[in-house]
Design a protein around this ligand. Structure first.
Ligand code: ADP
Ligand code: MG
Length: 389
């Protein structure tokens, strides 16, 4: 009996292939799947040169493609029922089909790096929820880069692919983002998390012990305030590092910070305490995966939430309610907000046999408090981008 993961991906792939056949009157020559992602622990550490620990999840962008003889890329977004075409010789930003700027940006970044691209016919569809913080955008970028790579025989490794996709999002789409999303989607492995050092960009795959589910709960509270608060937090961290006389908050250990935190004014002290302790928690969390101590891992997730709520102050009523309800459930190992904050999702580590019940209980408990209907996704740690067929 195929797993839920396989069934879901198979259904999406079949629909995408059929759509391609209808539209272009031929079989696609290649099919690729790129997963969404969730960050298990390590929040607001990336811009402090610290550590993050994301996993790829079994929700995917699927792309069916065939090379063309000319220099055009013809795109169809099945979920939006919209098409567009652009020339590889003149890649422009398009405000009419904003969704196509991810594909355009990737083609642009690959060509900027000197790669010769073939024209492509593409159909794109996805079951990564859009705008929920599971990185549907980076999944599209990495899927597109991989399709060009396969069709054009480009000698790109996973790290180069990720960096070029990040460049596409930063410079072409115009969205400032770190490297986490493109790294995990490009380099992830099934049943593994990816420890990323955001300073050196070194990475390490860490096996996730069997028997647990990753449950993502979308509060349905859309993130307000994020940009201004995000910039304020960044600035406070920079100020803190400067006052401590270090290049970045990465450069002080939790022990030393405790002896020196009184040097900082109260608000900056709290912000820095979160970042310093969070980096420590990520490394501890990696250790606990290695030694198969899932309960310990869960405690670190819980401590991360408390730190984000009280010291970094980026949670909100809805995130706190979702986490609180989760903490009360049977089989939960850990629960925390994930992403920038002020709305969006929580991530939960749950004993596999309790996952369905957890999903129901958290949904009803959360609705009772907030009157909002959450979306809840029970996920597995999935392979990074790959070719299907
Ligand atoms: P997130 O990456 O958190 O899901 P973003 O706002 O960064 O949210 O990216 C969402 C954008 O990515 C959408 O507005 C759309 O332009 C593009 N996108 C996501 N999913 C699809 C899809 N299925 N088809 C076409 N474009 C998509
Ligand atoms: Mg995104």
């Amino acid at each position: 009996m195929p797993s839920k993961t396989d069934q879901r991906l198979h259904a999406l792939t079949t629909a995408t292939r059929l759509c391609f056949q209808r539209l272009y009157d031929a079989d696609p020559q290649l099919l690729v799947a790129a997963p969404g992602r969730v960050n298990l622990i390590g929040e607001h550490t990336d811009y402090n040169d610290g550590f993050v620990l994301p996993v790829a999840i079994d929700r995917h962008v699927v792309l069916a493609a065939s090379p063309r003889r000319d220099r055009y890329v013809q795109l169809y977004a099945a979920d939006f029922d919209q098409a567009c075409t652009f020339s590889l010789d003149d890649i422009e930003h398009d405000s009419g089909t904003r969704w196509s700027n991810y594909e355009r940006g990737v083609a642009w970044a690959l060509q900027e790096a000197g790669y010769e691209l073939p024209g492509l016919d593409i159909v794109l569809s996805s079951n990564v929820p859009i705008g929920s913080g599971l990185s549907s955008s980076a999944a599209i970028e990495v899927a597109t880069a991989f399709a060009f790579q396969l069709a054009g025989n480009l000698p790109l490794d996973g790290v180069q692919r990720a960096l070029l996709c990040q460049k596409a999002e930063n410079e072409f789409v115009g969205m400032r983002c770190g490297i986490m999303d493109q790294y995990i989607i490009s380099l992830g492995k099934r049943d593994h998390a990816l420890l990323i050092d955001c300073r050196s960009l070194d990475y390490e795959l860490v096996p996730i012990p069997a028997g647990c589910a990753l449950v993502v709960c979308d509060t349905q509270k859309r993130r307000g305030l994020v940009d201004s608060e995000y910039n304020t937090r960044r600035h406070e961290c920079e100020q803190g590092a400067q006052m401590l006389g270090i290049p970045a908050l990465r450069d002080i250990g939790a022990e030393e910070f405790r002896t020196r935190e009184a040097e900082l004014p109260p608000v900056i002290r709290k912000r820095c305490r979160h970042v310093v302790t969070e980096n420590h928690r990520v490394l501890d969390a990696v250790q606990s995966l290695r030694t198969n101590e899932l309960a310990r891992f869960g405690e670190l997730m819980n401590a991360s939430h408390v730190s984000l709520r009280d010291d970094y102050q980026v949670s909100c009523v809805e995130l706190d309610a979702m986490v609180q309800v989760a903490w009360e459930q049977q089989g939960v190992l850990g629960a925390r907000m994930t992403g920038a904050g002020f709305g969006g999702c929580t991530v939960n580590l749950v004993q596999e046999q309790d996952a369905d019940r957890f999903q129901q209980k958290v949904a009803s408990g959360y609705t009772a408090i907030t009157d909002l209907e959450p979306e809840i996704y029970v996920c597995k740690a999935e392979e990074g981008v790959r070719r299907l067929d």
